[in-house]
Structure formats: structure tokens, C-alpha cells
Write a protein that binds this ligand. Structure first.
Ligand code: ADE
Length: 256
């Protein structure tokens, strides 16, 4: 997958993509990330990227021209290379659709993504209307710009690409991929400060272990994020278990 990121602050991307899983994925050419400075697509002496809003109001807006030109250039380069179809052009902004594991999965099926990081007080509306094909927010809070949001999106998408994680199972069992929160996990030592690892995990009985993990995942989701359970794929028995907990208004002991 090729990812082109348009930003006014290319330096911000140096850390996250040069460590760990991500670096390995880049080194192994599973993903290619190109950072483009929007300022490089200006033509005036001062490299102007922002200007006052028509109609007044505080703050500056990102101008449309350098952003359109940057997107057109990266599309052109990619098309020449691959003869591919139009990639999604995603504007990161607090006004976008809320990013989720489903959106990460959807984007992980693309061979090319273009991300535009908004900055300052806003962006000329024509970018939103005539250039971006999608607008994504990573949460209901306002960041200084789209850069951190772009890193979040790229991280969540890249780890879903085949071969990026050590084992495909680790992505598959994640919280949110299963639409349930993850079950509790333990490593050595078996007893730490008198806190013992649950007996069942030491039993070697894999059917029992799977059952326990599934129940724990459901109970944890019910306790912390009951909203997720509506979309989770549960067996009729599991659904019944959840419903009975929901109906019994008193919090069951297991949920404490
Ligand atoms: N830019 C500023 N805030 C943002 C958010 N919450 N998500 C995506 N981009 C943003």
C-alpha cells in the first residue's frame, strides 16, 4: 500500500514511522509512506499557504491552490506508475466521520491513500467539496491539526495489511476487530505479589480456555462499552447471557 500524506509539518512524522512494527513494514516494502510539504506547492515568493476568511472572522484558512496541486501531483505519479483507479482522498478534520476499526478495515483494502492534514482555523471549503472524497475525525475533540490524526489512521490501517504483524491472529483477535473488548491476558510469573493467574489458563484445556476468554471478553465489553455489544456477533446463548445481565438491574458480581 502507498500512502501520501500532505502536511505543513513534515517533521512531525519522523518519529512514529521510524520505529517498531511500522519501520519493519516500510523496510520490507509492505507499505510506503510519502510525506509532502504543502508549502512546496506554492508559487509566490513567500510560499503562502493561508489567508483571511472572506466575510471576516478570526483566524486564517488554508488556501485551496497548493492542496489541489499537491493531490493532483501525487495522483499523477501513482497513475503513471500503476495505471490504478482513483484513490480515496481523506481530509482529517474534527468534522469528519468518526474513525473506527471498521473504517480502518475498509481503508486497508485500498492500494493507495491520500491524506490531507488540515491546520490553523480551517481549510477552504472547496477542498472539502471538490477534492476530498472522505473526511475523517479521530474523536470528538479538537487537535492543533490533522497530523496526529493521520498518524493514528495510518497506524491502524497499516497493521491490518498482510504480513505487517508477526502473526495474522494477533490482528484478528484484537479488541474491536471482534467488536468485543479483549479478554484479560497474563504472562509469567504464575503468581506475582500473591496475585495468581486464573487457574483455567494453566489447565492446558484449550476448549475451556477459549470459552473462558470469550466470556471474559463479553463481560468486559458489557461492563465498559455496552454500546459495542449491539453490533457484536454473539451466539444465541451469549446474547441471552447478555440480556439476562442487562435485565437484572443489579450489577452482577462478575461485573465488579
Ligand atoms: N484535526 C483537528 N482535530 C481533529 C480530529 N479530532 N480528528 C481529525 N483531524 C483533526
Amino acid at each position: 500500500m502507498k500512502i501520501d500524506i500532505l502536511t505543513l509539518f513534515p517533521q512531525m512524522f519522523q518519529g512514529p514511522f521510524s520505529e517498531g512494527i511500522f519501520k519493519r513494514a516500510i523496510d520490507r516494502k509492505l507499505v510506503q509512506v510519502n510525506i509532502h510539504n504543502i508549502r512546496d506547492y506554492t508559487h509566490d515568493r513567500h510560499h503562502t499557504v493561508d489567508d483571511y476568511a472572506y466575510g471576516g472572522g478570526a483566524g486564517m484558512l488554508l488556501k485551496p491552490e497548493p492542496i489541489f496541486e499537491a493531490v493532483e501531483k501525487v495522483k499523477q505519479d501513482f497513475h503513471l506508475e500503476k495505471g490504478a483507479k482513483e484513490p480515496p482522498v481523506i481530509l482529517l478534520s474534527p468534522q469528519g466521520r468518526l474513525f473506527s476499526q471498521q473504517i480502518a478495515e475498509e481503508l486497508s483494502g485500498c492500494i493507495h491513500l491520500i491524506l490531507i492534514c488540515g491546520r490553523y482555523e480551517g481549510i477552504d471549503e472547496r477542498v472539502r467539496e471538490h477534492l476530498a472524497t472522505d473526511e475523517v475525525s479521530i474523536g470528538d475533540y479538537v487537535l492543533g491539526g490533522g497530523e496526529l490524526a493521520a498518524m493514528v489512521v495510518v497506524d491502524a490501517v497499516a497493521r491490518l495489511l498482510p504480513g505487517v504483524l508477526g502473526s495474522d491472529a494477533s490482528a484478528r483477535d484484537d479488541s474491536h476487530t471482534t467488536r468485543l473488548l479483549e479478554y484479560p491476558q497474563y504472562t509469567h510469573p504464575e503468581v506475582y505479589r500473591a496475585w495468581a493467574v486464573p487457574e483455567v489458563l494453566l489447565s492446558g484445556n484449550h476448549a475451556q480456555i477459549d470459552k473462558w476468554r470469550r466470556q471474559q471478553a463479553i463481560l468486559r465489553t458489557l461492563k465498559r462499552r455496552p454500546d459495542l455489544l449491539d453490533k457484536a456477533e454473539l451466539s444465541p446463548e451469549e446474547r441471552q447471557l447478555v440480556d439476562s445481565f442487562k435485565k437484572a438491574k443489579a450489577t452482577p458480581e462478575v461485573l465488579k
